[in-house]
Design a protein around this ligand. Structure first.
Ligand code: IDP
Ligand code: MG
Length: 151
């Protein structure tokens, strides 16, 4: 089944100039890029994006991370891809959430790091399932910013 997925290139990757490397990995998949922009992330947007993780002990730190406050970065790169099993394809190449556990051939395994304070600086976000993808895409993009109209 064809589906859309939201990807965010997170501030650690922006700071380290890994945008091109991450895009090259995603571009090699069988998915189409249908939306892309640089976005300045405020706390309200970050908290809404991660609303399901409210109450987790790492929540506040993770919000500051996504907002770029921990890396001196003013934006993230937001992307929407479309394709057959796009979520599975992208999450497979992204690797495990914890960079220490991510396989070496994955993006997080190659470029992510677990800080001494326990923060998972893991390079990118990718939607976890179709309903989250729909919710997240609507949060980050207006329909007219996408190249196709999503079902
Ligand atoms: P995902 O990004 O692989 O989908 P989620 O469980 O949705 O993982 O968590 C969202 C983000 O929250 C992760 O990418 C990571 O940055 C952070 N995170 C998740 N679990 C932990 C944790 O146990 N400690 C610190 N940060 C975490
Ligand atoms: Mg997730």
């Amino acid at each position: 089944m064809e589906q859309a997925v939201l990807v965010l290139i997170k501030p650690d990757a922006i700071q380290r100039k890994l945008t091109g490397a991450v895009l090259a990995r995603l571009e090699s998949l069988d998915v189409k890029l249908i939306g892309a922009k640089a976005v300045r992330v405020d706390h309200a947007l970050a908290e809404e994006h991660y609303t399901r993780l409210r109450g987790k002990p790492f929540f506040d730190d993770m919000i500051r991370y996504l907002c770029g406050e921990l890396h001196g970065v003013e934006f993230v790169v937001a992307l929407v891809f479309w394709g057959e099993e796009a979520i599975r394809q992208i999450r497979h190449v992204a690797g495990a959430t914890n960079p220490e556990a991510a396989a070496p051939g994955t993006i997080r395994g190659a470029y992510g790091c677990l800080t001494s304070g326990g923060r998972m600086e893991n390079v990118l976000h990718a939607s976890s399932d179709e309903s989250e993808a729909k919710r997240e895409i609507a949060l980050w993009f207006r329909p007219e910013e996408l190249l196709i109209q999503l079902p």
